[in-house]
Design a binder for this molecule. Structure first.
Ligand code: NIG
Ligand code: FE
Length: 402
């Protein structure tokens, strides 16, 4: 058993049950093996620490959780970025066979090694800002083999980098060319072949759907949810990103763990999300890259106490951004979150969006995913873009320098 004591450190536990997000100054943080042993005094008699770290003038925060990414993919969409800069819309590019379809072609043509190398580069960028848990979706393969390859690459990323990876099957992202004009046939394949395979092989813990005019209908999303529920997989939804398709209502009916994007979410639908315990995941990177003007209904979400998470949505089309902290800053400037809400959004609320009840908070018994920062106060991390890196971290109790 290995015990580490970080002494004289400022802690922001991010426990929503504590006042002030659990700020305790000049206290102790104890780690035993892969868990937090104590914040403050250790249990009596105190263990003899194997490692003693001076935390003077430093802050300990939970490692950050990026709860929505599409990190594994082939190719680039820089050409479409140029087209969009000269006025073509995301939807028009998608209807002309570009967009997600273009990345599906590039991903199918890339081998696992190539996918891994590019994903490692992007993963390192996220991690260096303090991310210790990363959700990664499939959805650029669509056929069985490429979807499973994407999820396998996501798992390899988690074993090669100091990060926990949570995997989500997003087969219902767009219609693959093999099923052109047969969306229901493709949904049959997702429900009857893919979801049972994913569940049996433990390739993912959740299922996601892109419910949108350029994605899948609510009826199709419902079939996928029913199959996911039957297979014991968690449910998530890309909802109301470009229009109010009422996907969030359906997600709430199926007790989804999160609804993501939700710029077009109607205020009337928010009480249902609150009742279902569904997390609202805000994705300001996609809002920014799409030059959207419709903002998610943050004041109403706050009023109904729907937990709000913030994620990078890293993907090659609408959010090619490798910085969760920049997204947290954007959530404040663009959507009106406070610095504290943004920090909750990338810690405890993000953990809730992934149903990771042992992560996102510094409390006895939780996983020891901790970063130490040389900052005056935690708001510095949101206030200054690209200003800070953790001085050291523990991921599942394993010490990592930087
Ligand atoms: O989260 N909305 C659907 N999926 C991604 C975009 C994927 C893409 O354009 O490649 C998103 O924005
Ligand atoms: Fe997304």
């Amino acid at each position: 058993m290995a015990v580490t004591l970080i002494d004289n450190v400022n802690v922001m536990s991010m426990d929503p049950c504590q006042t002030d997000n659990g700020i305790e100054r000049q206290t102790q943080l104890w780690i035993q093996d892969d868990k937090i042993l104590a914040v403050g005094s250790p249990p009596a008699p105190p263990p003899v620490p194997d490692h003693h770290i001076d935390g003077t003038n430093r802050w300990a925060l939970p490692g950050f959780i990026d709860c929505h990414t599409h990190l594994v993919y082939g190719g680039s969409r820089a050409d479409e970025f140029r087209q969009r800069l000269s006025g073509t819309s995301y939807q028009d590019i998608a209807r002309a066979g570009g967009g997600i379809q273009k990345t599906v072609r590039d991903t199918r043509n890339a081998g696992a090694e190539e996918l891994l190398q590019h994903s490692l580069r992007r993963g390192r960028r996220l991690i260096e800002e303090g991310v210790t848990t990363l959700e990664i979706k499939s959805g650029y393969g669509l056929d069985q083999q490429t979807e499973l390859t994407m999820l396998e690459v996501a798992a390899r990323l988690g074993s090669q980098l100091p990060v926990n990876v949570s995997r989500t099957y997003l087969g219902a992202h767009t219609l693959p060319p093999e099923f052109e004009d047969d969306a229901d046939g493709y949904i049959d394949f997702v429900c009857h072949t893919m979801i049972p395979t994913i569940a049996a092989g433990k390739h993912a813990t959740a299922v996601d759907v892109f419910c949108e005019t350029v994605g899948f209908t609510r009826a199709q999303a419902e079939r996928v949810f029913a199959a996911a529920q039957q297979a014991g997989l968690a449910i998530k939804l890309h909802a109301e990103q470009l229009s109010d398709s009422k996907g969030a209502v359906l997600a709430a009916q199926y007790q989804a763990c999160s609804v993501d994007h939700i710029e077009y979410l109607a205020a009337d639908d928010i009480p249902m999300l609150a009742k279902a315990g569904c997390v609202a995941v805000l994705l300001p990177g996609a809002f920014y890259y799409l030059r959207e003007s419709k903002k998610p209904p943050v004041a109403a979400l706050r009023q109904h106490q729907v937990p709000m998470a913030v994620a990078s949505d890293h993907n090659p089309g609408t959010s090619p951004i490798c910085s969760l902290l920049t997204c947290a800053t954007m959530a404040c400037l663009e959507f009106g979150l406070t610095c504290e809400e943004a920090l909750l959004g990338i810690t405890s609320h993000a953990a809730q969006a992934l149903q990771l009840s042992n992560k996102g908070r510094l409390r006895a018994g939780m996983d020891a995913d901790v970063c130490l920062w040389d900052i005056r106060e935690p708001a510095d991390l949101i206030y200054e873009i690209n200003g800070f890196r953790p001085t050291c971290r523990w991921v599942g109790g394993q010490y990592v320098d930087g």
